[in-house]
Design a binder for this molecule. Structure first.
Ligand code: SME
Length: 165
């Protein structure tokens, strides 16, 4: 059987997400609709949420604060940069994919059902401003195509945030 063209599983969704980004009234509106769309459409994306960097006082270390999300409430509403897979992605500025969270000592448990996770940093004018975090109840749920989809989403939010600044 002929192989499907690369990216075909998510191509329509990317088009829809780009349309969403061009019509969103604010970055917050875009993020709320994006988490819902990803959670509804991608069956293995069981928790989808944004964490944004916040710095209350200049002397304090920045912290990741939970923003729009879809899925069960998480006990981790605020994550310091030296903690968790979320902290690792934000502090290195690189996408982190964990195929089996039970084998990663950095992992902060959000739900007992979570088996794998992807976290993609969001860049605004060259600096990390937050990240998009997705958990799955399936082992190794995030392949190269998922990674490209989530990086595409993070890119759309970064561009939308740039328009505000
Ligand atoms: N698992 C994340 C914490 C956030 S929850 O997944 C929503 C981590 O290890 O940083």
């Amino acid at each position: 059987m002929a192989q499907m063209a690369s990216g075909s599983r998510t191509e329509d969704l990317k088009t829809e997400l780009a349309t969403l980004a061009s019509h969103a009234k604010s970055p917050q509106a875009l993020m709320s609709r994006m988490v819902k769309l990803l959670h509804d459409r991608m069956l293995k994306y069981n928790w989808v949420g944004f964490y944004m960097l916040e710095q209350d006082l200049p002397a304090q270390a920045p912290i990741l604060v939970l923003g729009a999300f879809e899925g069960a409430m998480t006990p981790h509403a605020r994550i310091p940069l030296h903690q968790g897979i979320c902290g690792a992605a934000a502090s290195t500025g690189k996408t982190v994919v964990v195929d089996d969270v039970s084998k990663d000592p950095r992992y902060l448990a959000c739900s007992l059902e979570t088996k794998s996770e992807i976290v993609v940093p969001i860049y605004v004018s060259g600096k990390v401003r937050g990240e998009l975090d997705i958990d799955s109840h399936f082992l190794a749920a995030f392949d190269q195509e998922d990674r490209e989809l989530v990086e595409f989403c993070a890119g759309l939010v970064g561009k939308r945030l740039e328009q505000e600044s």
